[in-house]
Design a protein around this ligand. Structure first.
Ligand code: MN
Length: 484
């Protein structure tokens, strides 16, 4: 009988065979890292153990959890990738090699940094689980960041907020995005952190009291109506996202204008149950006009689904209520990681080739083929891959996923490079629009072409906001020159 808390945490949710393999992996990793210590002075094995624990909390498949405990073995010990493959199979070895390739925290200038990012995107395109291990690795490094010199702290904190958190967000792993940001926040912006902590502290107290009262009332009422929720709880907004929100001009640094500092969350057994529960919520507390959002009928670009409403709660306080079913909830918290989610029966919703469904991940991995300068590359990454995205539609209803600020030209090139090269104009929701018109989520865009037009205009380079469109335009212009 093992008393290892990691094993105990795994047992209720995974098969016996998986637990056995993980037990062997823990022993193997502990032996391999024996005698090594971290900068903080603790035994090295504490780090991979913490990573594996986070992967268990996400209920990732057993191979990913095993790769998590082994992720630093090939690089830091005498044991090799071949040893790992022999003992734990090709899948685990592949994941470990993916994480290893992405590299350690050393920084050797912008060129090397970008090389590292590219490796990460390629590994991610091959198997998204690599980046999920990387997220957990980064989370634990942030938790122990205090032990590092200030310069390193800043670099790691900045990269976590600028690259890792937006990636987690685009993969829909909201919980990890929030944790990455909140851990990096005090290192990156100590003054802002102190300010928000001090400002929100007293608010929290009142709000949480109101929220607890609402949870209690709503539970009672749903029981009376014979529609018990699967879960009903309150949640606090992550600190960094609250900070970013209150700094936006419309909030004028006034926390009282933010209505989702806390939220009541209701998980219902099915979609009709969600709408019925919303009706009960509106009977108990008056909704604030204009604040109801049906993300079930119209999901957010990252696939997020829920009903959101803001109500006048106890004591006149404004409280957001979120209603969703279990699957929507799993997706909201775990996003892409939910594809490997273990349920109580030990069955696994393993979706093959998840990364192939994410066309932007594929595109990202191919970027290395064409970029002008490291600075431009980094700028493009921030806009194309990491910025908030919008959804637009072709006249046939196909969804085109574009970064905020994208124009008609970007849309044309994202549909097809020929459509881009031949375009002479566009219609947005049926209205004639200039090629540099900025698109908004939900726009239906029709591209008008002229058969005689085969070449882009050089000015379009200024109108296009995305890396993909600009590189198509440049290539078409270059090909034309070489023909002369
Ligand atoms: Mn590590």
């Amino acid at each position: 009988m093992s008393l290892d808390p990691l094993i105990l945490a795994m047992k209720p949710h995974y098969s016996e065979e998986d637990v056995d393999r993980f037990t062997i992996a823990i022993e193997f990793a502990t032996e391999a890292h024996a005698g090594q210590v971290r900068k903080s002075g603790t035994p090295y094995i504490d780090h991979p153990r913490a990573v594996a624990e986070k992967l268990l909390q996400l209920r990732m498949d057993a191979d990913t959890v095993i790769a998590g405990i082994l992720h630093d073995v090939p690089e830091d010990t005498t044991r090799t990738l071949e040893d790992i493959e022999g003992l734990f199979g090709a899948d685990v070895a592949f994941l470990v090699s993916g994480v290893t390739k992405v590299g350690k925290l050393k920084y050797r200038g912008l060129e090397r940094y970008i090389e590292n990012l590219q490796k990460m995107f390629v590994a991610m395109a091959e198997d998204v689980r690599v980046i999920i291990i990387k997220f957990c690795d980064r989370l634990h490094n942030l938790e122990t960041l205090g032990a590092l010199p200030r310069e390193k702290q800043l670099r790691i904190a900045r990269e976590s907020i600028e690259v890792y958190a937006p990636l987690a967000d685009r993969l829909g792993i909201g919980e990890i995005k929030g944790q990455l940001e909140d851990l990096a926040f005090p290192f990156l912006e100590p003054k802002g952190y102190a300010w928000i902590l001090q400002t929100v502290g007293p608010e929290y107290h009142n709000l949480e009291e109101h929220m607890a009262e609402m949870v209690w009332k709503l539970r009672e009422r749903l029981a009376q109506e014979d529609m018990p929720p699967l879960d009903l709880h309150g949640r606090r907004k992550h600190l960094y996202s609250l900070y970013k929100k209150v700094l936006r001009p419309e909030y004028q640094k006034d926390l009282r204008r933010v209505t989702d500092i806390v939220a009541v969350r209701v998980i219902m057994p099915n979609i009709s149950g969600c709408y019925a529960a919303l009706g009960i919520v509106h009977q108990l507390w008056k909704p604030m006009p204009g604040r109801f959002k049906d993300y079930i009928a119209q999901p957010k670009p990252n696939g997020y689904q829920s009903l959101h409403t803001t109500v006048f709660g106890p004591g006149g306080s404004l409280v957001e209520v979120q209603v969703r079913d279990q699957e929507m909830h799993d997706l909201a918290e775990r996003g892409i990681a939910a594809h490997w989610f273990y349920n109580e029966q030990g069955k696994q919703k393993h979706t093959q080739n998840v990364s192939q469904k994410l066309s932007w991940v594929q595109e990202l991995s191919e970027w290395k083929k064409h970029f002008d300068s490291p600075e431009q590359y980094l700028e493009d990454i921030k806009i194309d891959a990491l910025q908030q995205h919008i959804f637009c539609f072709t006249p046939n209803g196909d969804v085109i996923d574009l970064p905020e600020g994208a124009t008609v030209i970007d849309f044309a090139y994202h549909v097809h490079s020929d459509l881009g090269n031949g375009c002479v104009g566009g219609k947005i929701n049926g209205n004639m629009s200039a090629l540099d018109s900025i698109l908004r989520s939900g726009d239906v865009v029709e591209i008008l072409t002229d058969k005689r037009r085969k070449l882009p205009n050089r000015d379009w380079l200024q109108m296009a906001k995305t890396h993909a469109a600009r590189s198509h335009i440049r290539r078409a212009l270059r090909d034309e020159v070489s023909k002369l």
